[in-house]
Design a protein around this ligand. Structure first.
Ligand code: ADP
Ligand code: MG
Ligand code: MG
Length: 210
């Protein structure tokens, strides 16, 4: 069936908190080599704010839980804070109110989120940003959902596409964000924002039961 589990939002946020907290050091290290080094700190700050928001809001259901999550990102500095904030704001609207979204609604929300990130960040595929992982993932998810794949398989396709895009960022030079200041020095280093997108989507697959 195309329905995501009723507790998908709660499970996804819980899995993201675990994965991003565990990954913060490695992602921060990538940003030290390919950027200005603050991404690990920005993630830790965001995850502390998520904890605070969840305590204060006691959200229940997909939309409310994702709202506590996106508002935390909007309170963080760097470029990633506002961009992830806007991405997850669009994702919070998936299925709008009626419990957990279907995988088709989730795919539409991810595509909306990608469009918002690109509208504000002005990055295209190939600029060595999170867009390099998000764009192929959104496309793979949309086509898997349209083909009637079950949520775990569809999200699995999105994870694979995101990982392919993230891996490819190691070969490119940043044209956006602080990483663009270091130019050639970042050759061979994966973009940390793209790597974070892989963790975020792997957490979604896991929350869907995969
Ligand atoms: P900053 O680059 O301002 O130090 P962070 O370190 O918090 O921000 O986040 C870095 C990540 O943000 C990068 O790895 C990249 O994926 C993403 N990013 C930076 N600028 C942009 C942009 N203009 N569009 C999309 N993503 C971006
Ligand atoms: Mg940085
Ligand atoms: Mg910075």
């Amino acid at each position: 069936s195309s329905a995501l589990p009723a507790d998908f939002g709660e499970a996804w946020v819980a899995q993201m908190r675990t994965a991003l907290t565990a990954g913060a050091a490695a992602l921060g290290d990538l940003d030290r080599r390919a950027g200005d080094g603050d991404f690990g700190t920005n993630i830790r700050t965001a995850m502390k704010l998520v904890e605070k928001n969840l305590d204060e809001d006691s959200p229940s259901g997909y939309s409310a839980t994702l709202t506590s999550f996106y508002r935390a990102w909007l309170g963080v500095g760097g470029t990633s804070g506002p961009l992830f904030g806007m991405l997850f704001r669009d994702l919070s609207k998936a299925g709008e109110g009626s419990g957990a979204p279907t995988i088709t609604e989730f795919a539409e929300a991810l595509a909306n989120g990608l469009a918002t990130v690109q509208r504000y960040g002005e990055a295209e595929v190939g600029d060595k940003t999170m867009v390099d992982a998000l764009a192929p993932a959104a496309e793979a998810l949309t086509s898997a959902a349209q083909s009637g794949d079950d949520p775990v398989a569809a999200l699995g396709a999105a994870v694979d596409a995101a990982r392919g895009g993230a891996d490819a960022t190691a070969e490119t030079i940043a044209r956006r964000g602080r990483a663009s200041y270091v130019g050639d020095a970042a050759k061979g280093v994966m973009d940390p924002g793209a790597a974070a997108v892989v963790l975020i989507l792997a957490a979604a697959r896991s929350a869907a039961g995969g």
